[in-house]
Write a protein that binds this ligand. Structure first.
Ligand SMILES: Nc1ncnc2c1ncn2[C@@H]1O[C@H](COP(=O)(O)OP(=O)(O)OP(=O)(O)O)[C@@H](O)[C@H]1O
Length: 833
């Protein structure tokens, strides 16, 4: 046997030994996981079977059921890849160390805790710390950790340690599994003193767990994003574990893992700041529904279910904005001038009559009369109300008081000047002069006026209570209203706002609805009154309960007051006891937050943040008064006209310059050959923008293929079929210009099986046809980009759209261009069809 063959055989044997050893440990962990799940299931079954007669008991039962159901779901979610890493750390004098799951050569009685003692072979003692999706502790051994949660501080060296800064790590192992079976162990030796006896040394110093990472990056995609917990890289880990407070901006080119980092950061924050965040929740905003469904499995696979995922169109409770409108209209609605337009629209609803308003009051048997509200009186009441500066709806009571006061003086004057008036207030002794009415009489007149339907109708006309939906619909559907509310806009700009009543809410309307509520105000007096009434009822009940407690005290205690013995009555006051009996609604934090416009989230994460308009930023900042935010995006990929190309510009109005910028520079998705082509487009957008460095090459250059403009659909179908045939069961993304989606989507669907088209497409299908906007944030094994020239021409930000399209593939790229190759792509690889 040659020496190299012998070395290979030794290495294979060592890999087999590693796999066998780790399999034993991992199987023990699965036994523990099964036991934990069994217990959680038992408790769930018990909770489900519990009888409950009162509402209080029922809601408590629901809460318990929800808690155990969540536990079972979380334990189910970590079944795949439960344990994925091991750190071999230099031990201290053979003593057991806390903070790390450790293996005693895989053979201890309890199957886990302990560490290799100082070996007889003179090697220093080593602690083996296992890293996984959740923490598992050994109940029989003083809760020694058997598996350390990846988010715990003890796991950090797994992601950060390097040969230059090993942090006490001698060896790091990535354990790869399929289901519960360990299939490979990739060792990296970080302690150079033992490198000579190393199992394997990483040839790529910049990456952590290179072999496992490349295996993950090369794997076929499924149409759903996967978590990257096994292979988080150091630059990503620093962002994931950054402090909770303040605004953190993560700028990074395509494929640098911004989305992955954002989601793992949500899981990390919930784990580390559980107390602060569990009641306030975390909001993750993504660009659209398709994207949210693409990322929807990442957090559950990390056993986190308490995050609210929302697209901008769903950030206003009760409205699901799915309408479409032109890019120009959407852009215009995103401008901050819309706050003034809304203010103008509200002012226009605070009306005064041209001359006077006649009110036919009806006081039943008491009197009937016509009162008159002239323009000047109404104007004065309006000005006095406006001067107080309260939101429109909340100003209505003030306005009412002003008008009722004016009307009551009129009534009083009439009573006073009409000696035959059948005055109900004064009886036989009614004063003959209005001036002589007493305050109590005037108060009675005001009360009667308030109750009068004709007066109420007049008040509604003068100062109507409005919902934001009403305000905006009435505005959009009337050219006159738009002109009056927005004199500062040009005629063309006003025309952008106009639509008919059948129009649906669009994502750009959502921040405007939110703005409208802010300016209108919500009249929540009924809700407050109800809450107060409930509180009084609870306290009355509690006081009764305390009386009973007091009355049932043992007699001898009453006689002989012992300060050491406390009764319930001493410990609780009625208010406190009342609170305990409050019938809580046991909704999850995410459910409560979703239904409440005024909810203040503990942390907000925005993906593709460069796309948000200034108005959308205003809405998001309201949802996060603490300004604890993570914003991830790429200013080179901005496609929406309302989006930004400068983080400073967007954030300045809200936090000045108090935000931190961090950058990601490595592209994990797109192979180097494809990025070379995309680089030409990036340079055309802005030569100063940095190009992320691709982590791998595939040896497959992108294909640029000319097609006949008159046979676009036919040639596309043929090319798509060929691509599908060549790539086996790979996911194929076909990206077409805006406006061609329907026709090209229909042609491809007719010719190929398992094709999904457009908004809400099932990404698990073999082939998906989308516009570039719809493909934002997504990726496919193989991508066909159709008609790059039209993609560029389709919008003032068309070059960014093309850049996004070219950077979606993980393996292969085919560009089909009718006619001439666009100059922006001029490349040596051109092939004629
Ligand atoms: N550390 C990692 N380990 C394994 N895979 C990774 C890692 N980082 C990123 N990836 C993978 O790279 C791909 C791109 O990641 P992601 O979608 O988060 O990038 P992005 O920066 O949001 O891209 P874009 O801006 O183009 O939408 C995904 O498949 C992701 O799982």
């Amino acid at each position: 046997m040659s020496s190299s063959a012998a070395a290979e055989a030794t290495s294979e044997q060592s890999q087999t030994d590693d796999v066998g050893r780790e399999q034993a440990y991992v199987s023990m962990l699965y036994d523990r996981l099964d036991a934990m799940r069994g217990r959680a299931r038992e408790l769930l079954t018990k909770a489900l079977g519990a009888t409950s007669s009162t509402h209080q008991e029922r809601s408590q039962r629901d809460h318990t059921v929800q808690m155990y159901a969540d536990q079972v779901a979380a334990l189910d979610a970590v079944d795949s890849g439960l344990c994925f890493g091991r750190l071999d750390l230099a031990g201290e004098n053979g003593a057991s160390q806390n903070g790390g799951a450790s293996r005693n050569g895989g053979a201890s009685q309890n199957g886990g805790a302990g560490q290799d003692g100082a070996g007889g072979d003179g090697q220093p003692a080593e602690e083996h710390r296992y890293i996984g999706r959740i923490g598992i502790f050994d109940e029989d051994a003083d809760y020694e950790p058997l598996l350390v949660d990846w988010r715990a501080p003890a796991s950090r060296p797994f992601y950060l340690a390097t040969a230059a800064a090993p942090e006490g790590v001698r060896r790091r192992a990535h354990i790869r599994s399929v289901g519960r079976t360990v299939v490979a162990v990739d060792n990296e030796v970080l302690d150079l003193s033992i490198a000579a006896t190393a199992d394997r040394h990483s040839p790529y110093e910049g990456l952590t767990g290179e072999a496992t990472l490349l295996a993950a990056l090369n794997a076929g995609r499924t149409g759903r994003m996967r978590d990257i917990v096994e292979t988080i890289q150091a630059e990503q880990d620093r962002i994931i574990r950054a402090d909770l407070g303040g605004v953190l901006v993560v700028q990074g080119g395509p494929g640098t893992g911004k989305t992955a980092v954002a989601l793992h950061r949500a899981a990390y924050l919930l784990y580390t700041y559980r107390r602060e965040l569990s009641s306030r929740g975390v909001l993750v905003v993504g660009p659209n529904e398709t994207f949210l469904s693409y990322i929807s499995q990442v957090l559950p696979s990390l056993a986190e279910t308490g995050v609210l995922l929302r697209s901008p169109g769903d950030l206003f409770p009760g409205v699901s904005a799915r309408g479409r409108e032109s890019a120009a209209t959407a852009e215009f609605k995103g401008r901050t001038v819309m706050t003034d337009v809304i203010a103008g629209a509200i002012r226009d609803r605070q009306r005064v009559p041209d001359d006077a308003l006649e009110i036919l009051t009806d006081r039943g048997s008491l009197w009937q009369d016509t009162l008159r509200l002239d323009r000047a009186t109404c104007e004065e009441a309006r000005e006095r109300t406006r001067r107080l500066g309260r939101p429109h709806n909340l100003s209505r009571p003030i306005f009412d008081t002003e008008i009722i006061h004016a009307l009551s003086l009129q009534v009083a004057a009439r009573i006073g000047t009409d000696p035959y008036a059948d005055d109900p207030l004064g009886g036989d002794d009614a004063p003959g002069d209005g001036q002589l009415l007493e305050e109590a009489d005037l108060a009675e007149i005001r009360r009667e006026l308030r109750a009068d339907p004709a007066v109420a109708t007049a008040l509604d006309w003068l100062w109507p209570i409005l919902t934001p939906q009403q305000l905006l619909t009435d505005l959009y559907c009337s050219a006159d209203r738009i002109a009056s509310a927005a004199p500062m806009l040009s005629i063309a700009q006003r025309a952008l706002l106009y639509r008919d009543r059948s129009g649906q809410w669009t994502p750009a309307d959502v921040p405007l609805l939110d703005e409208a509520v802010e300016q209108l105000g919500v009249d929540d007096r009924d809700v407050t009154q109800l809450a107060e009434q409930r509180r009084r009822q609870r306290n009355a009940y509690a006081e009764g309960a305390l009386e009973i407690l007091h009355g049932s005290r043992p007699i001898d205690l009453e006689d002989e007051i012992d300060p050491e013995i406390l009764t319930a009555a001493d410990l609780l006051d009625a208010g406190l006891l009342g609170e305990r009996h409050e019938e809580r609604e046991y909704l999850t934090t995410a459910e409560r937050a979703a239904a409440d416009r005024t909810w203040a989230f503990g942390h907000v994460i925005v993906d593709e943040a460069q796309e948000l308009s200034p108005m959308a930023w205003r809405l998001l900042m309201r949802r996060c008064p603490s300004r604890s935010m993570t914003l991830v995006g790429d200013v080179a990929q901005t496609g929406d006209l309302a989006g930004t190309t400068s983080w400073g510009q967007v954030l300045e109005p809200f936090v000045g310059d108090r935000w931190r910028l961090t950058e990601l520079a490595v592209n994990y998705r797109t192979p180097a050959e494809i990025m070379e082509l995309a680089a030409r487009v990036l340079a055309d957008i802005d030569p100063d923008l940095p190009m992320p460095r691709s982590v791998r090459e595939t040896g497959v250059p992108p294909s640029l293929v000319r097609i006949d403009p008159d046979r676009l659909a036919t040639d596309l179908v043929e090319a798509a079929r060929r691509e599908a045939a060549q790539t086996g069961d790979a996911r194929l993304g076909i990206l077409v210009p805006e406006g061609s989606l329907e026709s090209l989507g229909a042609a491809i669907s007719a010719a190929m099986p398992e094709v999904a088209v457009g908004d809400g497409a099932d990404l698990e299908c073999r082939a998906v046809v989308l516009t570039v906007r719809q493909a934002k944030g997504l990726e496919f094994d193989s991508v066909v980009v159709v008609d790059p020239e039209r993609i560029v021409a389709g919008s003032p930000r068309g070059r960014s759209d093309l850049y996004v399209a070219l950077t979606r593939p993980t393996q292969r790229l085919l560009v089909l261009y009718p006619g001439e190759l666009p100059a922006i792509l001029a490349a040596p690889e051109t092939t004629a069809a």
